[in-house]
Design a protein around this ligand. Structure first.
Ligand code: PLP
Length: 392
């Protein structure tokens, strides 16, 4: 199977697996245990903390390990909401992941209000509207994703963070689709909190991290044994934490060497071939500001649901740019926010690569997409190859 759904999850990298395995077997000790073997495990966790910190330019003590990206988002938002108090407004965007949007809804029920700032046709935040929202008297805190999970579009995060701080409100970023894929540096972007998830960059599912800037107060979500310096109780998921550290180190080396550009070259090759060789293919969102691994494409006169079934049959796994609800294709909230017409939204695919993809696989996938598009259009009496439009 050719796997083109890496924004959903990634394979545990063989080097990461090798690093984590001993902590499931002969190094299985509890890091809180007082004997030497337990202390060695604790030391390994601290090394992983340094590796994760290094990936984002943080200090080790600013990293708290969590159970997933969703937990990191929840922990940051609940803590911020408690700090600013009821009646305060949460400023966020229309294109956030459900782990932000649903948490905001919960906080709304508890007495906060929520403002969802829009994006342009390119999928990037409307900075003027963001500025106005942050300047409101009742603004409490702001949260904005670094890169979008559907389109890969990278947000004007530096500006958004500075605007929030200039308005005197704290700022969190869900950087789950950005970390390991594009430079994320907390020394240049004024984030107070930042969320990370391991399974988006070759660590296992079920481990994440929350960056909490030094001297920023934090109210934990979980209480108990006082692990993670009292910031996240619960016996540590040791093997997965070691894996997260190893994956972070691996991705940092790749980003440093610009080796990640290899993924970008394969994505561009794949995308350009489809744009050149198939009529009626459009890129949704900014081509300039996006992670190197993502291609969000609309195929005229092809329902994404049909494309996905055919591609699955042909051995290619990717996902729709729209959510399938009760058997009816419904454009996703991201595409709706971007103003993508419903017909185009319903014919969009999210194709996302990882560092494990090869050029040969990308070429085979192009042939399979072409075959699926041709078949679907033939059913509807539409065909041919002709000029191509690129929407930015
Ligand atoms: N935020 C974004 C942008 C995501 O893409 C995801 C995962 O799909 C999450 C949050 C949730 O992360 P996790 O699956 O680790 O809970």
């Amino acid at each position: 199977m050719i796997y083109l759904d890496s924004n959903a999850t990634t394979q545990v990298h063989p080097d990461v697996l090798e690093a984590m395995l001993p902590y499931l077997t002969d190094q299985c000790f509890n890091p809180s245990s007082g004997y030497r073997a337990g202390k060695a495990v604790k030391k390994a966790i601290e090394k992983a903390r340094e590796q994760v910190a290094a990936l984002i330019g943080a200090e080790a003590e600013e990293i708290v390990f969590t159970g997933c990206g969703t937990e990191s988002n929840n922990a940051a938002l609940y803590s911020l909401a408690k700090a600013v108090g009821k009646g305060k407004r949460i400023i966020t965007s229309q294109i956030e992941h459900s782990s932000i949007l649903r948490t905001c809804e919960q906080l709304e029920r508890r007495g906060n209000s929520v403002e969802l700032v829009g994006v342009g046709a390119d999928g990037r935040l409307d900075l003027e509207a963001w500025k106005e929202a942050c300047a409101q008297e009742d603004a409490g805190f702001a949260t904005l994703m670094w890169a979008n999970n559907e389109t890969g579009v990278v947000q004007p995060i530096e500006e958004a963070a500075s605007i929030a701080h200039a308005a005197g409100i704290p700022f969190h970023s869900d950087a789950i689709q950005a970390v390991g894929k594009c430079p994320v540096d907390v020394t240049t972007v004024e984030v107070d909190f930042l969320s990370i998830s391991g399974h988006k960059f070759h660590a296992p599912k079920g481990v994440g991290a929350l960056y909490i800037r030094k001297n920023v107060s934090f109210d934990p979500l979980l209480f108990g044994g006082g692990q993670e310096g009292g910031r996240r109780s619960g016996t540590e998921n040791v093997a997965s934490i070691i894996a997260l550290g190893k994956a972070a180190e691996m991705m940092r080396e790749r980003l440093d060497d610009d080796e990640h550009a290899g993924v970008g070259a394969i994505r561009d090759h794949f995308e350009n071939r489809l744009l050149d060789e198939v009529e009626g293919v459009h890129v949704n969102g900014s081509k300039e500001f996006r992670t190197k691994n993502t291609s969000h494409l609309a195929f005229d006169d092809c329902e994404a649901a049909g494309l996905l079934i055919l591609l699955d049959e042909y051995g290619v796994a990717c996902s729709a740019g729209s959510a399938c609800m009760t058997g009816k294709q419904k454009p996703s909230h991201v595409q709706t926010a971007m103003g993508i017409p419903a017909k185009q939204a319903k014919s969009s695919l999210r194709i996302s690569f990882s560092i494990l993809i090869t050029m040969d696989e990308a070429d085979t996938a192009v042939e399979m997409v072409k075959k699926a598009v041709k078949k679907l259009r033939a059913v509807q009496g539409i065909g041919g190859v002709g000029p191509v439009t690129v929407y930015t």
